[in-house]
Design a protein around this ligand. Structure first.
Ligand SMILES: [Zn+2]
Length: 213
């Protein structure tokens, strides 16, 4: 189980770097191994140099139980999400540009298009706290009760899902929609959002009908 999680994190770490959603060694990803353990990317290591053995395995108290590397300083954020949401099996945290713009404006992303509705009806902004703190983890968990994608104030984006692929795709989709929103805001013209009832209906329809079975 932990071997598989480690391989996945190495693979998606490279994808995250190539996607431009992080710069340098920023951002972090994790996968739940079972009820008591999760695997997370190490602190400050270049993504293209990562090997499966560089991925530490932590328990739900934050103790490293396998591996020699120091975990990401954001391990508390990932841990609190797993502790609070049993349906979450992977977490991706990144600093994509347009979500970062919304994060300093502290502006939530409303329902703008159906692509984002595959994942969420809106993306809230969690309250500010410094990186690596328990308070940051608590603030994100609070916002995550409304949406599994959360913009972190003056920081970036975090997406949680039942698989790493879904959490990653979610980050890319939210960032793309955030780009459209920021460009639309820059025109100074009226922005029309999808009303809540229609958004919820579209979400339900997409959930049942979109993609291959
Ligand atoms: Zn960060």
């Amino acid at each position: 189980m932990s071997g598989e999680a480690r391989k996945l994190l190495v693979e998606y770490g490279k994808k995250l770097f190539e996607s431009n959603m992080v710069g340098g060694t920023a951002g972090n990803l994790s996968v739940r191994v079972d009820e008591k353990l999760f695997a997370i990317t190490p602190s400050g290591m270049p993504y293209h140099e990562l090997e499966p053995e560089d991925i530490p395995i932590l328990d739900m108290e934050g103790q490293v139980v396998e591996g020699k590397r120091k975990p990401s300083i954001e391990f508390r954020l990932h841990m609190e999400i797993y502790r609070n949401f049993s349906d979450v099996h992977a977490v991706v945290h990144a600093h994509p540009i347009y979500c970062s713009v919304l994060s300093i404006l502290r502006l939530p992303l409303p329902a703008l298009n159906e692509t984002m509705l595959l994942y969420t009806v809106h993306v809230p902004v969690s309250e500010y706290a410094n990186s690596g703190t328990e308070q940051l983890a608590k603030n994100v968990v609070e916002a995550m009760k409304k949406s599994k994608a959360v913009i972190m104030a003056n920081h970036g984006l975090v997406c949680a899902a039942e698989s790493l692929k879904k959490a990653f795709d979610m980050c890319e989709t939210i960032e793309r929609t955030a780009k459209v929103y920021v460009l639309a805001l820059s025109t100074g013209r009226t922005i029309y959002t999808i009303d809540e009832q229609s958004a919820l209906e579209a979400m339900e329809f997409l959930r049942k009908n979109y993609g291959q079975r």
